[in-house]
Design a protein around this ligand. Structure first.
Ligand code: CP
Length: 358
C-alpha cells in the first residue's frame, strides 16, 4: 500500500514502467479488460472536474473494476463537519483505492495520513496534480520521444498552476532540461518552486513575452488563469487574457514543438490552433486515462510498504491561508529546512519562517 500525493512519490524508473504499461494498454486493451475484476475505486471530488474524475472512473472500468462516488461532495457528510481523515477511514472500508480532489492545499496528504488504502491526489488547490503530470509525461513521450534535452515553456498562471508545479518537479529529474517561465508579474512561479529549481541547478529564465521565446521551445505548456484561485476578482480581471496562443503565433514555433494544456481552456488557445498537428492537448486527455489505468493497476496490485513523506513536528498553523491546516484541526507538521531557518509545511509545502506561522 502506498500513496501518490506528488509526482516525486514516483521515481523515474517507475515513471518509465507506467509509460510502458500505458503504451501496452493502448495496444493490447483486451489483456487488461478484467485484470481488476472485483476491485473498487472511490472518487472523492470536493472541487469541480471533467477530465480527471471521468478518466479515473473510465480507467477503473476499463480494467474490469468498479467505481463508487459521491455526485456532489457538498451534499456528503462533509457538509455536517466530517473531517477528511474520518471520511477516508470510512470509505476505505468500501473500496481498494481512493482518488481525491480538494480545493485546500495538502488535503490529499491529510487523507493519506489516515488511510489504510492508497490515496491518489487528483489535485489539491494550487499545490500539486501528479496524475495530470503523468498525462503530460506520456504526451511528451508520444509526441517528442524523449524526456531529456528539452526546452519547456510554461505559460500563463505559474503561481496557482498546480499542473505547472508538478510538471517542473517531474522534468527536473531528466538531463539537460531547461524551463522558460512565461507569465505576468502577478502570476510568477512561487518562491518555493524557484527554490526547488535553484537547488536542482536547473536552467531557467523568466519572461512575460511569449512571442520572444516561442521559437526555442520543444514543448509549450499553456495554462488557464484560474478565476477560482483569486481572492481579489479585480486582479483576475487584470490578468485573465494575458496570453492567447493563435495560429499567427504558432508560425514562430518550431516545426516539432508540442503544444500541451491540462484543460479546460478559456481564452488562452484560440480554436484555430486545434487543427495544427502540433496541438497535442486533446490527445493528452486520452493519455491521462491510460496513465491513470497504469497507476491504479500498480497501486492496487503491488505489495509495497507504506510510503509517506517524512515530516518533523514543529507546531503552529501554516502561513498559507489555503492550506488544509486552516480548514481542519490537523497535527501541525513542518519539515525543517537546513538552510536559512525556513520551514516547509508538511501539507502544502509552503516555505515559511517560524514567526510567519499562526
Ligand atoms: N486537467 C484537469 O485537471 O481537468 P479537470 O479539472 O476537468 O479534471
Amino acid at each position: 500500500m502506498r500513496h501518490v500525493l506528488d509526482i516525486t512519490d514516483l521515481n523515474v524508473t517507475e515513471i518509465d514502467e507506467l509509460v510502458a504499461t500505458a503504451e501496452d494498454m493502448l495496444a493490447n486493451s483486451a489483456k487488461y479488460a478484467h485484470i481488476l475484476a472485483g476491485k473498487k475505486l472511490a472518487t472523492l471530488f470536493y472541487e469541480p472536474s471533467t477530465r480527471t474524475r471521468m478518466s479515473f472512473e473510465a480507467a477503473m472500468l476499463e480494467l474490469g473494476g468498479s467505481v463508487i462516488s459521491c455526485a456532489d461532495m457538498s451534499r456528503s457528510s462533509a457538509s455536517k463537519g466530517e473531517t477528511i481523515g474520518d471520511t477516508v477511514r470510512v470509505v476505505s472500508n468500501y473500496v481498494d483505492v481512493i482518488a481525491m480532489r480538494h480545493p485546500y492545499e495538502g488535503a490529499a496528504y491529510a487523507a493519506a495520513l489516515k488511510s489504510p488504502i492508497p490515496v491518489i491526489n487528483a489535485g489539491d488547490g494550487g499545490h500539486s496534480h501528479p496524475t495530470q503530470t503523468l498525462a503530460d509525461l506520456l504526451t511528451i513521450h508520444r509526441e517528442i520521444g524523449r524526456f531529456d534535452r528539452l526546452t519547456i515553456g510554461l505559460c500563463g498562471d505559474l503561481k496557482y498552476g498546480r499542473t505547472v508545479h508538478s510538471l517542473i518537479n517531474a522534468m527536473l529529474r531528466y538531463e539537460n532540461v531547461k524551463f522558460v517561465l512565461i507569465s505576468p508579474e502577478e502570476l510568477k512561479l512561487p518562491a518555493y518552486m524557484l527554490e526547488t529549481l535553484d537547488r536542482a541547478h536547473a536552467g531557467y529564465e523568466e519572461t512575460s513575452d511569449l512571442e520572444s521565446v516561442i521559437g526555442k521551445l520543444d514543448v509549450l505548456y499553456m495554462t488557464r488563469v484560474q478565476k477560482e484561485r483569486f481572492d481579489d476578482e479585480s486582479e483576475y480581471e487584470r490578468v485573465k487574457d494575458c496570453y492567447v496562443l493563435t495560429a499567427e503565433k504558432m508560425k514562430l514555433a518550431k516545426k516539432e514543438c508540442a503544444v500541451l494544456h491540462p484543460l479546460p481552456r478559456v481564452n488562452e488557445i484560440a480554436e484555430e490552433v486545434d487543427d495544427d498537428p502540433r496541438a497535442a492537448y486533446f490527445r493528452q486527455t486520452l493519455n491521462g486515462k491510460l496513465m491513470r489505468m497504469a497507476l491504479i493497476l500498480k497501486l492496487v496490485t503491488e505489495k509495497d510498504s507504506v510510503y509517506i513523506r517524512e515530516k518533523t513536528v514543529l507546531g503552529g498553523k501554516c502561513a498559507n491561508k489555503k492550506c488544509v491546516t486552516r480548514l481542519e484541526k490537523l497535527a501541525p507538521l513542518y519539515k525543517a529546512e537546513e538552510e536559512n531557518g525556513m520551514h516547509r509545511c508538511a501539507y502544502c509545502e509552503t516555505l515559511q519562517k517560524l514567526g510567519d506561522r499562526k
